[in-house]
Design a protein around this ligand. Sequence first.
Ligand SMILES: [Zn+2]
Length: 73
Amino acid sequence: MTEEYELEACKVCHEDAAYVEEEGGWCVYVVCPHCGTLTAFCRYDKGQSREEAVKQAVDLWNMGKVIAERRGE
Ligand SMILES: [Zn+2]
């Protein structure tokens, strides 16, 4: 169960705490548990393997293509 990916620190809060989360067995995304910033969901049920979807989510994260979630602290 080892997954190989390198996640950069969060672009929003600069915490190095992001991880890949799986949603309902059909998509993955990267989320920062510190500030709630996340990437778009990357589906892997349509001709794309889960590994590819994880890589896609990681790439989105590292490019800074993220959705900042503003939660009241
Ligand atoms: Zn963050």
